[in-house]
Design a protein around this ligand. Sequence first.
Ligand SMILES: C[S@@+](CC[C@H](N)C(=O)[O-])C[C@H]1O[C@@H](n2cnc3c(N)ncnc32)[C@H](O)[C@@H]1O
Length: 509
Amino acid sequence: MAKKPASNSKKTQTAAKPSSLVDTRVIYCGDNLEQLKKLPDECVDLIYIDPPFNSNRNYEVFWGETKEKRAFDDRHASTQAYIDFMRPRCVELHRVLKKTGSFYYHCDWHASHYVKIMLDQIFGENQFQNEIVWKRTSAHADTHGFGHVHDIIFRYSNGEKPTFNVELKEYSQSYLDGYFKYTDEYVDTRGKFRINDLTGSGLRNGETGKTWRGIDPSKIGKGRHWMRPPEELEQLAAEGRIYFPPSGGVPSWKRYVNEIKGQPVDSIWDDIQSLSTFSSAAKEALGYPTQKPLALLDRIIKASSNENDIVLDAFCGCGTALVAAENLGRQWIGIDVSPTACRVMAKRLRDVCKIKEDEKLWQIGRGFVVRDLPWTEAKLRAMPPFEFENWAVIALGGRPNVAKVGDMGIDGRIYPISAIPKKDKGELGFMDVWYPIQVKQKDKVGRPDIDSFEAVMTREDRTKGFFVAFDYSSDAMSEIQAFFKKSGKTIIALTVKDILDEQIAYKLA
Ligand SMILES: C[S@@+](CC[C@H](N)C(=O)[O-])C[C@H]1O[C@@H](n2cnc3c(N)ncnc32)[C@H](O)[C@@H]1O
């Protein structure tokens, strides 16, 4: 059995050094078209992007909506809109990529063919390196056609020879059983062997074109050459590594199963599971359907960058590329238009990578920072309602409802740390103890809003609930008091100003 191939990149213990070219370990909140313009030319080594297909609904795409099946005309119209949206962004990405850098574009069947043409135009057809097929699922019930089970990842270079570290993976058992069938006197140490060509096609004038052991390679077929000079062939023969057919003919090269290093990863990736509930990678899942597995980003980053190189993800969602880059000792820059996504990834970097979100530490080359978050009341007012809800829930340390339709009057839940699990519910018993959060992007929450939240609390039998809005009418406040007197249940009415002033949002970001 072949040995497990050695990884070509180890997890570093030391933090990556800051770059002199550009600020790294920064998450920028904002439209990447604007944010990218702030970066100098040719400053990053590796770019990975995984843009939402339907750009004009990008907020929803982060939070949930992905499965769309529309009429062809509709899809075609939105594909054009998508390409129009992506083109100037890819032009900017091309500009900031170093000449030795690599660019990965993650997409799927909706637009992959159009994306390829656009990228050929921007990077140049001869910079195209790979179309990677990531088989993200095996089960896709579609009775009208073949199930869509894969994503496409395009890989481009940018003019010069890009960094590329070959990753070796284990050979499949069926491959080993099918090819390594022969034994000789070395079987106990080298294992079984297979035979490979000892000659290559084409004539050579040098050593490898010479006659060896009476065989002239130029006379084989249309003319061949030895894979090694005769002197080395003799050495290999002395070590028993050459197979001489008993009936004569061209000798072959013996490859022993215990000595093969592993199979270079090719362009079909079927060994990385998605974050579906039952996969072994499910424990990474933060609850956002567009989140990609760390193993996928690990592979890309290891292949196309070296330690301390700069990795940029300009649509970074939950920050999978940033976490992978940090773990692998690379520097990184993240951009996302969604403030919620920025906070989610900041929390992930703190929790998973154990690095601090701290301006002072960042200035001395440790820690990281999030820039350009819309923290003012005015900006929060202008946020799409969806984002505002998520902002408020996360600011309170709660978990937003991923399904935004049919939320039954609950926008999020707080699971207090102090909750004592119910004995008969096992490990997840604490999930029974939670407080509902209701968010209204309104200036004056009135009594009817409070009435309906009271109904939610009664229905769900909750003792405490949180309400977030810009302000409350006096009727609303009196109703909250009356509800407490009547039922003993508490509604905590918070204003956006309360949250901003106390900087709860910053602390919990
Ligand atoms: C498919 S998700 C990326 C998921 C990510 N690969 C991960 O593993 O978490 C796409 C992200 O692009 C962001 N986005 C959409 N339009 C953007 C824009 N114009 N500028 C920056 N980010 C944008 C969305 O907010 C969303 O978080």
